[in-house]
Design a protein. Sequence first.
Length: 252
Amino acid sequence: MDPIILSTQNLNFYYGSFQALYNISINIPEHHIVALIGPSGCGKSTLLKVFNRMSDLVSGNRVEGHVFFKNQDIFAAQTDIMSLRKRIGMVFQQPNPFPLSVRENIEYGPKVHGETNKERLEQIVHESLQSVMLWDRLKDSLKKRATELLPDEQQRICIARLLAVDPEILLMDEPCSSLDPIAIVGIEDLMQKLKEKYTIVIVTHNMQQAARVSDLAGFMLLGKLIEYGATAQIFAAPQDKRTEDYVSGHYG
């Protein structure tokens, strides 16, 4: 088993007086794809946002317990949140490229973090687009506005924008929900390629997708992590009746 890169211990999370997560303990190993599954409103996206403290953006939030990234508590007072989000990036349901050129989208993060060398920026653009298999398609269209691309291309641009700042973990919140079946296959193939270098945590409502792409899966219900383990085991021989009911389509 690869080293644990991200973990939680007895994590509870509140939006004001509402408790969204209950006593979550999970270990995520490097270079794995972990799928979080469960019905709407069960806390999957909240957990994803806690992992890089995007949850901080909601007023009145409160955290109990611990979240460790490479054995460092991300809620420790000395945590540099900008650095954390550079190392743990997020892709959302709807592709959200900036209304800028393809090149400017990719260069944006490195420039924010102080990169000014033109040759290095050129290299970052090339490597990032190549990583998401867009370089050959867009190398002569780098000045084109990213918002004019096809939805699949826009989502890949958003992933490339994350890769440009050299993260270690990619958080994906239903990244295929707005894509057609052919585009979904492309993004799933891309995830398999990316896990060679990155760790991926994906939230999905698509049980077939979770079974296809993930190495580990966690079933969540009403803010609790009911069961977590190898994807094959979760789908073929779940240990909890609630997990069995969900993956078999009895509810959710």
